[in-house]
Ligand binder design. Structure first.
Ligand code: IDP
Ligand code: MG
Length: 149
């Protein structure tokens, strides 16, 4: 079963949207297999966003991600990586679809509430960057046969 790394960014925590965001992934049908609250070190933030290190917004992005706690999560399900990107919405909340998290709760690209892995390989890398194996829980949700044919 596919897994993806999802992080509620400091603005999502500060705006008390943790429950609302978790609810959307649960209600859709995905399974939570890892969750922790943490203050992110500069080292981890820089590694996570390494692909953007030459962009003008990179220093501000690292400052932002390290400014207050985040909620790091791993969610599991069929095609969860792509589905989570849809639940999250476009990078800029102004153009994110209504009904998506960024579309419903954000107004600024630098405060877009949530991160989600964008592909199978990045999901694998990000899950192992943020979580040790023993922090992830294998379990069988009893609703599974009501979610999947
Ligand atoms: P994504 O989060 O939708 O995958 P990316 O293009 O990978 O978007 O950018 C990573 C993060 O960098 C964004 O979620 C956002 O927080 C930040 N970011 C991207 N572009 C800008 C920008 O133009 N200004 C400020 N922050 C930006
Ligand atoms: Mg990205």
């Amino acid at each position: 079963m596919e897994r993806t790394f999802i992080m509620i960014k400091p603005d999502g925590v500060q705006r008390h949207l943790v429950g609302e965001i978790v609810r959307r992934f649960e209600a859709k049908g995905f399974t939570l297999v890892g969750l922790k609250m943490m203050k992110v070190s500069r080292e981890l933030a820089e590694k996570h966003y390494e692909v953007h290190k030459d962009k003008s917004f990179f220093p501000g992005l690292v400052d932002f991600i390290t400014s207050a706690p985040v909620i790091a999560m791993v969610w599991e399900g069929e095609s969860v990586i792509a589905a989570a990107r849809n639940i999250i919405g476009a990078t800029n909340p102004i153009s994110a679809a209504p009904g998506s998290i960024r579309g419903d709760f954000g107004v600024s690209i630098g405060r877009n509430l949530i991160h989600g892995s964008d592909a199978i390989e990045t999901a694998r890398q990000e899950v192992s960057l943020w979580f040790d194996d023993e922090e992830l829980v294998d379990w069988e949700p009893i609703r599974k046969s009501w979610l999947y044919e």
